[in-house]
Design a protein around this ligand. Structure first.
Ligand SMILES: [Zn+2]
Length: 359
């Protein structure tokens, strides 16, 4: 045990480096009572404090395999605790997780959560904001593909919405598979069941595989609108890549602005961009040659009640034409070269380092 009154005086709240240093010592010996900088004499349960970080003690690594002593509620002991700063006493100490008076604890926990949250979001923005100009470049490089997909979808729907609807229902009813069900010859069925005197339907099925590109068959699909929505959010937030400028921008943010920016950027990275690209790639896969071959084989199966015809051919000058007939409607679509442009990789944040977060 360190002698009484030997702890370090902190006229102001110590910087995060101090908490890291205490955690490093604890990791070594699991004995807060050996850390000279900390106060070990009794502290009143009503004393006001700020949480610097959470700590935990492993009793199996202590000399007597016991819990650690707590200055706030001696002789009680703890495993989970917190390094705290006591502004009135100008000192730091590690106390048990729930030792302090409830009122003091609640307000300290609230401040700690807010500060951790702010640090977390500021770190995120510091890395995420400079990526925005590159994201806008990716959006610009993808625009031609989205415009072409929208053009094809509009024409498909205008010419042949009944065929779209038929194919939507077919793939919905068979888990995305192109199948034709038909009754096998009734003679065989009757012979087998002759004694029971009851006619039983026997059904067989031809299966042509999965129809890709259901996005192309949606009643509503507007990839350009989706792209514009993402772009307009990024344009509002964009501040360039110059690090001092980015830093000043973040420091000047109020809580609401910071929370909003963090939330929308995170949402674009974790959900919206991915949904946009998955749908656009799925749309394009409808026009893959193998997919159209599957659709044609299914559609022209003589036992199929929903006859569908597909003609996929090259016209002059390398222009492709996909003709689709079915459900009393017809369309001819000519996918332009923009549709095959690959979508560039979305600039990703580096893996987050594990910071000190509020529990
Ligand atoms: Zn305690």
């Amino acid at each position: 045990m360190v002698e009484a009154g030997a702890h370090k005086i902190f006229p102001v709240k110590p910087l995060p480096a101090f908490a890291e240093q205490v955690r490093a010592q604890l990791k070594e010996h699991n004995q807060p009572e050996l850390i000279r900088e900390l106060r070990h004499e009794a502290i009143a349960r009503t004393e006001e404090f700020d949480i610097l970080c959470e700590v935990s003690i492993d009793p199996s690594k202590r000399p007597e395999q016991d819990f650690a002593p707590c200055p706030m509620c001696q002789p009680n002991k703890f495993i989970r605790g917190r390094l705290c700063y006591f502004p009135r006493l100008n000192c730091c100490a590690i106390i048990g997780h729930c030792c302090a008076d409830k009122k003091q604890r609640d307000s300290a926990e609230h401040r700690f959560r807010e500060a951790s949250n702010r640090n977390w979001q500021e770190d995120f923005l510091l890395e995420a904001l400079p990526l925005i100009p590159r994201k806008l470049e990716v959006i610009a490089a993808t625009r031609g593909k989205a415009v072409e997909a929208l053009r094809l979808h509009k024409k498909f729907r205008k010419d042949a919405h009944r065929l779209m609807q038929l194919l939507r229902e077919i793939s919905k009813n068979h888990g995305g598979r192109l199948q034709v069900q038909f009754e096998v010859e009734s003679k065989a069925a009757v012979n087998e069941r002759v004694t029971s005197g009851r006619f039983e339907r026997l059904v067989d099925m031809n299966d042509y595989g999965v129809l890709s590109g259901l996005t192309a068959l949606r009643a509503n699909y507007d990839p350009v609108l989706e792209l514009n929505d993402i772009e307009s959010v990024l344009r509002v937030i964009e501040v360039g890549v110059e690090s001092e400028f980015v830093m000043n921008y973040i420091i000047a943010m109020d809580v609401k602005h910071r929370e909003w920016t963090y939330t929308v950027l995170n949402d674009i990275d974790s959900r919206r961009w991915r949904n946009f690209t998955l749908k656009l790639d799925d749309f394009c896969s409808f026009f893959d040659s193998e997919n159209l071959v599957r659709l044609a084989r299914w559609g022209e199966d003589s036992k199929n009640r929903n006859q569908v015809y597909v003609v996929d051919r090259m016209l002059n000058m390398g222009v492709r034409q996909v003709e689709l007939y079915g459900a009393g409607s017809r369309t001819a679509l000519s996918p332009g070269p923009q549709l095959s442009i690959p979508i560039p990789a979305w600039p990703e944040l580096p893996k987050r380092r594990s910071g000190v977060r509020a529990g």
